[in-house]
Write a protein that binds this ligand. Structure first.
Ligand SMILES: Cc1ncc(COP(=O)(O)O)c(C=O)c1O
Length: 376
């Protein structure tokens, strides 16, 4: 869901991409992005395009042909990063973990030891295909100990769980607007730290993408304000408003809200005999991959939720196709009324699948969590 203030911002009259009023707005967006990324990185701005454009921007700027890149692959988006790394001419050294589990620091260390001169370690912080929450700080420390940079995909994590770019020593990260920032899709916030800029300055070859070359983009987003490409004006209005809403709520209360709604959902699911696919201790609050019980038609339940209850949940991707439902509780959508609505709908849909479900059992499970939570 997108807050009405964000929709209203998008309906404002347009400005030129070098209009002083728009330039001031760009500065607001950069400042607010530094706040959500928890960084002082000067080069923090939204790339034009969705999260995948942020991924490409980070990778094509840092990877040169022949570079060795250690990449965590435990879901769709780590797999996509490896693909983009190879398209940029890099050698992707895949460190794999079963889908639903996180990549272990020891695996990363072993891969780094096997490289001649690793350039970068890349991990997905919040793997949207499985609901796994990947720790970053230890991997960043290992990358640096081996002379490599550290890249994090924060598409689904930003605004929903702590993303501490500076404290975790992440050198470069990207995100997307449509997940926990609750903005329409269309921009990809990125941040580049000092070590990443140094590596960019030391490139032997030109960045292979003109559109995503951050040395060109920073002339527009930095002090010079040189035209590069026409900024998506209305999307920047939207992003500024969405980020203001994050700042008004505050990061800690926002993360606590995501966590509470997740815990209530999990309790309600447990009452229905349903569990999560991601490993215990590494479960994202905003993306809940629920294991489909034997004998239940995964797609039919999803179809029923949409048709009869107006609730859209995701299906499984890749090896999880047909095996999980993915319930998003992101940004504006992470709210008690949504948790209760999806649980009530699941109760009804499971009964329609022939399962014995006592009426109200899931709601009672979730409500007990809300009742025990300290009042905000
Ligand atoms: C973790 C992660 N990375 C990258 C992407 C790609 O973003 P987009 O679909 O906005 O291009 C997504 C999208 O769902 C994602 O969840």
């Amino acid at each position: 869901m997108v807050h009405p203030r964000v929709l209203a911002a998008m309906a404002q009259p347009l400005l030129g991409h070098l209009d002083p009023a728009f330039v001031a707005m760009m500065d607001d967006v950069k400042t607010l992005l530094r706040f959500v990324f928890q960084t002082t990185n000067a080069l923090t701005f939204p790339v034009s395009g969705t999260g995948s454009a942020g991924m490409e921007a980070c990778i094509v700027n840092l990877v040169e042909p022949g570079d060795e890149i250690v990449v965590g692959v435990n879901g769709v988006f780590g797999t996509r990063m490896a693909e983009v790394i190879e398209r940029a001419g890099g050698t992707a050294v895949r460190v794999e973990a079963p889908w639903g589990r996180v990549v272990r620091a020891e695996q990363i260390e072993a891969a780094l030891r096997n490289c001649r001169r690793p350039k970068l370690v890349a991990l997905v912080h919040a793997e949207t295909s499985t609901g796994a929450w990947q720790p970053l700080a230890d991997a960043a420390r290992l990358a640096h100990a081996h002379g490599a940079l550290f890249l994090a995909d924060c598409v689904t994590s930003l605004g929903g769980v702590p993303v501490e770019i500076d404290a975790s020593e992440v050198d470069v990260a990207y995100s997307g607007t449509q997940k926990c920032l609750s903005c329409p899709p269309g921009l990809a916030p990125v941040t580049f730290g000092a070590r990443a800029l140094e590596a960019l300055g030391a490139r032997r070859t030109k960045v292979r993408s003109w559109y995503l070359d951050v040395t060109l983009l920073q002339q527009y987003w930095g002090e010079e304000r040189v035209y590069h490409h026409t900024a998506p004006i209305s999307m920047n209005y939207a992003l500024r408003e969405a980020l203001r809403l994050v700042a008004e709520e505050g990061l800690a209360p926002r993360f606590a809200r995501h966590r509470l709604n997740h815990e209530a959902l999990v309790a309600g699911l447990a009452a229905l005999g349903l569990g999560l696919a991601a490993e215990v201790g590494h479960r994202l609050p905003m993306l809940n991959a629920v294991t489909v019980p034997d004998g239940v038609d995964e797609a039919r339940v999803r179809g029923r939720l949409l048709a009869a209850h107006g609730i859209e949940i995701g299906g499984g991707l890749g090896p999880m196709k047909g095996r999980v439902w993915r319930i998003g509780l992101m940004g504006e959508s992470s709210r008690q009324s949504h948790v209760l609505a999806v649980l009530a709908a699941l109760e009804e849909a499971l009964r329609a699948e022939g399962r014995a479900v006592a009426p109200g059992v899931a709601l009672a499970g979730a409500e007990a969590v809300y009742a025990a939570a300290p009042r905000a």
